[in-house]
Design a binder for this molecule. Structure first.
Ligand code: S3P
Length: 437
């Protein structure tokens, strides 16, 4: 059996939060193992544009000289966030508490992502926010608002917010705004979404009681923050390890936060041979970490509930690929939120997998994948979405004829160095044929 060691990039969600909290805390913070993918660089640039000094100490190490809760400066021009939905949805929570106006813009895809989910509660807290309306609402529905967002911050009031959507971006945005408001701001949601913000606020000295904060709060730098590996990036190689013959894949220092590790539980239920080894210090900066070892497995179809989907929201595309290699049918329920990601991931994955010969159906907000059909080569697209791109490359691992995936440059959003790791599987990365963008 061949053993392949894979290095995965630092966690994207945790990286964004580390940059945000370090920027508005008192004191300097060294962030070790920060993701330098495009999205996190946008968050860094946003704070630089508001007067925060951020020095690059090494390839994935930065030092942020925090300016405190009231120290940000009005940006001279609109802040461009590229494709970064997390920055667009979380940063307004900080801007809502400032005494200046700022405009946040995004690229074409981000400009179609619905923002009312954060704009609504921030308005209730007292911020003035305007956004664009789309003639044809690609997502989100009637009356939604879209970037560019103009945020005029000010004095905020605390709210108790009951979110209809389980979303860490909504929750984080409101909690950050709550740091500036007098009183207790709390958020409840139908299913618990990832809780990195709550954990990291604790690291910066803010007491978080369940999902509530009592403002106003002064954050204090913990001096050093070390970011764990991204389980969402690891997921591509975990599924590769399951489907490739005679293979063992070892991935070290992966973040194992229980609100993120749904993909492991789902794949284990499907029969995946996954072993978790915890290194000496199992908790790093309040986030559990461990090593993942996965081996060639015989997968079977299962039913995945909406609650399980929340814990694996970014891994559904690669779970769909796993389902194609499983015996029997996999039903994934409650995938509506996938339609408002970097692209409509229901559409991108269903179209692509069907082109490869997979038996995939959409019924309302459920997906049905009948596994066991041999996939064949085809020309498929990333639709500009990093997770669709990497999922399709994994889907092509066992395909004998040519699979062409166009638009691979989006991968650097979350996984710089993917090509090198993918080539460790000793299969060619279809750069020349595939990358159009
Ligand atoms: C994220 C939350 C999730 C996830 C996204 C990152 C975050 O989005 O899909 O990639 O860092 O908070 P939702 O909060 O919209 O579910």
């Amino acid at each position: 059996m061949r053993v392949v060691k894979i290095d995965i990039p630092p966690d994207k969600s945790v990286s964004h939060r580390a940059v945000i909290l370090a920027s508005i805390s008192e004191g300097s913070t060294r962030i070790k193992n920060l993701l330098t993918g495009e999205d996190c660089l946008r968050t860094i640039e946003a704070f630089r544009a508001m007067g925060v000094r951020i020095d690059v100490a090494a390839a994935t190490d930065v030092v942020i000289y925090g300016v405190g809760m009231r120290g940000l400066k009005r940006p001279k021009r609109p802040i461009y966030l590229g494709n970064s939905g997390t920055t667009m949805r979380i940063l307004p929570g900080v801007l809502a508490g400032q005494d200046f106006s700022a405009i946040l813009k995004g690229d074409k895809s981000l400009s179609k992502r619905p923002m009312l989910r954060i704009v609504g509660p921030l308005r209730r807290m007292g911020a003035e926010i305007s956004g664009a309306r789309l003639k044809v609402s690609a997502s989100g529905g009637k009356g939604d608002v879209y970037p560019p967002l103009k945020i005029h911050g000010g004095r905020l009031k605390a709210i108790k917010y009951k979110s209809k959507i389980a979303s860490a971006q909504i929750k984080s945005c409101i909690l950050l705004a709550g740091l500036f408001a007098r009183g207790v701001t709390s958020v409840s949601e139908p299913v618990k979404s990832r809780d990195h913000t709550e954990r990291m606020l604790g690291l910066f000295g803010c007491k978080v009681n369940k999902v509530s904060v009592k403002g106003p709060v002064q954050l204090k730098s913990p001096r050093v923050v070390d970011i764990p590996g991204d389980i969402s990036s690891a997921a591509f190689f975990i599924v590769a390890g399951c489907i490739l013959p005679d293979t063992k894949i070892v991935i070290k220092n992966v973040g194992l936060n229980p609100t993120r590790s749904g993909v492991l539980d789902i794949l284990k239920k499907m029969g995946a041979r996954i072993e978790i080894q915890s290194p000496k210090s199992k908790i790093q900066n309040k986030e559990p970490i461990g090593n993942i070892i996965v081996q060639t497995s015989i997968l079977r179809g299962i039913r995945i509930s909406p609650g399980e989907v929340v814990r694996a929201i970014d891994e559904i595309p690669i779970i769909m690929v796993a389902a194609c290699f499983a015996k029997g049918e996999t039903v994934i329920e409650g995938v509506g939120e996938l339609r408002v990601k970097e692209t409509d991931r229901v559409k991108s994955m269903v179209t692509n997998l069907r082109k490869m010969g997979a038996d995939v159906k959409v019924e309302g907000d459920s997906l049905k994948v009948k596994g066991g059909k041999e996939l064949h080569g085809a020309r498929v697209s990333s639709y500009g979405d990093h997770r669709t791109a990497m999922s399709m490359l994994v889907a092509g691992l066992l395909v004998k004829d040519n699979l062409r995936v166009t638009g691979l440059s989006c991968i650097k959003k979350s996984f710089p160095g993917f090509e090198k790791m993918f080539s460790k599987l000793q299969l060619s990365f279809p750069r020349k044929r595939g990358s159009k963008k």
